[in-house]
Design a protein around this ligand. Structure first.
Ligand SMILES: *Cc1c(COP(=O)(O)O)cnc(C)c1O
Length: 477
C-alpha cells in the first residue's frame, strides 16, 4: 500500500484549478468567450464503455469549461441579482460535499442538523424576525416561496374549515393571492406549483416609487371579503429595490384576516444594516418571509431561506413520517420543514459565511454594495448620451442610453441601450443585463458581490464611456 488515498489526485487537481480560478476571478473577461456550438463540441463525447482516471476527468472538465465560465462570482458582474462566494463559505461548501451528509434527518447528520438550527437562529436575529418563527434552508428564494406559501395555503384554508393536506384543492374554497405589479415571477410560479394556479394571483397598482398602494389593497381585500387570502409584499424589487410600506399595509391585511408573505430575496438583508433597516420597518409583523443566501450573503449556489411565524402551519404543510425514519429525538429533523426529502447539508456554508462576516461584516457588505451601486449609476448616468432612470435606493439602479440621431425615436433608444449593454459585455470588463421598465428599455445595475469595491467604479464607468463614445460616433452604426 503506498498510502495515498484515491481521492488525493482528483481533489488535489480540483483544489489547484479552483485556486487558480478564484484568485483570478477579478481579472480576465467577465463574459464567456466561446460559442454554444463550441461548448457542445467540447463536452458532447460519446459515453465510453471504459472509465477514465478521476484526475483526468477533472482536468478534462476544466479544459472543456475554459472560456465558458461567466465570472459571475467576480467583482464586475452586475447582471440579474447575483452574489459570489465568501472564502469561508466556499471552503465549507467543499467540506459539505466531502462529508456528503444527507441532511434530512438528525440521526444521519447530527452536525448538519445542529449547524442549520444555529444558523437559522442567527438569520432570524439578523433580520429581526420573531424568535418563535420556524425556518427552512432550501435551494433559493423560488423554493422559499413555495415552502412559505404552502404554510400559508394550509393556514388560510384551515381557517375556512378545509384540510388541504388531506383533501387537496379540488372543491376547496378558492384561495387568492394579492400582490403588486412589481412582484417577482417566482410568486406566480409558486402559485402554479402549489396547485392554486396563476389565475389566483391579482396584481394591484403601485405608486410612483413602486410601492403597493394602500387603498388598492384595502379595496381588493374588501371585494370578496371572507375568501382565504394571501398578501405578498416585496422587500426590494428587481429594478429599483423598492420596498412596500409594511407599516401601513400589514395592518390592513390583518384587518381582513389575510396571511402576509414578504419576498425579500435580497432586500431582507437590509434589515442587517443600521443604515438601511428603516426600509423594513413593520416587516416583522408579517406571517412569512423568503430570502436568499446565494445573492447578498455570498454563499455558493444554491441556498435560500424561508421563515414562518406560525411554526405549526409550516410543520403541518411539510412534515413527513414513516416507520423507517428515525425521528423525534429532541433534534430538528430538516425533512419536516423542507419540500425535499434527501438533501444537501446547506447549513454549513451559511454558518461559515455568517461567522466570517459577523454582524458588522454583513452590515458593511450591504452598505458597500449600496454605495457602489449609487456611484455606478451616478457615474454612468452622467456620461453624454446616458441618463439614470432611478437613483438606487439600495443596490439596484437603472440607466438608459440615447441614440444620437436627431430623428431617433424611443424604439431607437431602446435598441441603442441594448447595443451599449452588448458592447460592454464584448469588452470583457463588465456584465450588465436589461429590463423593460415603464415601457422603455433600461440597463440594470445590480451590486451584491463581496469583492466589488468603489475602485471598480472608475474602471467600469470608463469602459461604458468608451463603448458609448464609439457607438455615438457619426456614421458608426
Ligand atoms: C432572485 C429573486 C427571486 C428568486 O430567487 P431564486 O433564489 O433565484 O430562486 C425572487 N424574488 C426576487 C425579488 C428576486 O430578486
Amino acid at each position: 500500500m503506498n498510502g495515498e488515498s484515491v481521492f488525493a489526485k482528483p481533489l488535489g487537481a480540483a483544489m489547484q484549478h479552483a485556486l487558480d480560478y478564484v484568485s483570478g476571478v477579478g481579472e480576465g473577461d467577465v463574459d464567456a468567450r466561446v460559442s454554444l456550438g463550441e461548448v457542445r463540441r467540447r463536452f458532447d463525447l460519446p459515453l465510453a464503455d471504459g472509465g477514465v482516471a478521476p484526475e483526468q476527468v477533472i482536468d478534462d472538465l476544466v479544459r472543456g469549461a475554459e472560456g465558458a465560465i461567466v465570472r459571475t462570482a467576480g467583482p464586475r458582474f452586475f447582471g440579474f441579482v447575483i452574489g459570489g462566494s465568501l472564502p469561508a463559505a466556499l471552503a465549507a461548501d467543499w467540506l459539505t460535499s466531502a462529508w456528503d451528509q444527507n441532511a434530512g434527518l438528525y440521526v444521519i447528520g447530527p452536525a448538519a442538523a445542529v449547524v442549520e438550527e444555529v444558523a437559522g437562529g442567527w438569520l432570524k436575529s439578523l433580520f429581526g424576525l420573531p424568535e418563535e418563527a420556524s425556518f427552512a434552508f432550501v435551494t433559493g428564494c423560488q423554493m422559499a416561496h413555495v415552502t412559505a406559501l404552502a404554510a400559508a395555503r394550509h393556514a388560510v384554508l384551515e381557517r375556512a374549515g378545509w384540510n388541504v393536506e388531506v383533501d387537496g384543492l379540488s372543491g376547496a374554497p378558492a384561495v387568492r393571492i394579492l400582490t403588486s405589479t412589481e412582484q417577482h415571477v417566482t410568486i406566480p410560479r409558486a402559485a402554479r406549483l402549489l396547485g392554486m394556479g396563476t389565475g389566483c394571483v391579482e396584481t394591484l397598482p403601485c405608486d410612483e416609487a413602486g410601492r403597493l398602494r394602500a387603498h388598492s389593497l384595502r379595496e381588493a381585500l374588501a371585494r370578496n371579503g371572507g375568501r382565504p387570502t394571501i398578501v405578498v409584499l416585496q422587500a426590494g424589487d428587481l429594478n429599483r429595490g423598492a420596498f412596500d410600506d409594511f407599516r401601513t399595509l400589514i395592518p390592513i391585511a390583518r384587518e381582513y384576516g389575510a396571511w402576509v408573505h414578504v419576498d425579500g430575496a435580497f432586500g431582507l438583508w437590509c434589515a442587517a444594516s443600521p443604515s438601511y433597516r428603516w426600509l423594513l420597518e413593520g416587516m416583522d409583523a408579517a406571517d412569512s418571509w423568503s430570502t436568499d443566501g446565494h445573492k447578498w450573503l455570498n454563499v455558493p449556489y444554491d441556498c435560500g431561506y424561508a421563515f414562518v411565524r406560525d411554526a405549526k402551519a409550516h410543520y403541518a404543510s411539510m412534515n413527513v413520517h414513516s416507520s423507517y425514519l428515525v425521528q423525534g429525538e429532541g433534534a430538528r429533523d430538516q425533512v419536516d420543514w423542507t419540500p425535499e426529502f434527501s438533501r444537501r447539508a446547506r447549513g454549513f456554508a451559511t454558518y461559515a459565511a455568517l461567522r466570517q462576516l459577523g454582524r458588522g461584516g454583513v452590515a458593511e457588505l450591504i452598505d458597500r454594495c449600496c454605495s457602489v451601486a449609487k456611484a455606478l449609476v451616478d457615474g454612468i448616468g452622467s456620461l453624454p448620451g446616458a441618463a439614470a432612470l432611478c437613483e438606487p435606493l439600495i443596490n439596484q439602479g437603472m440607466v438608459r442610453f440615447f441614440d444620437p440621431a436627431p430623428s431617433a425615436t424611443e424604439a431607437d433608444h431602446d435598441r441603442f441601450t441594448d447595443q451599449v449593454m452588448a458592447g460592454v459585455r464584448a469588452t470583457g470588463e463588465a456584465f450588465f443585463t436589461g429590463t423593460n421598465w415603464h415601457g422603455v428599455r433600461a440597463m440594470r445595475v445590480s451590486v451584491s458581490n463581496w469583492q466589488t469595491t468603489l475602485s471598480d467604479v472608475e474602471r467600469v464607468v470608463d469602459c461604458v464611456a468608451g463603448v458609448l463614445e464609439e457607438l455615438r460616433r457619426p456614421g458608426r452604426r
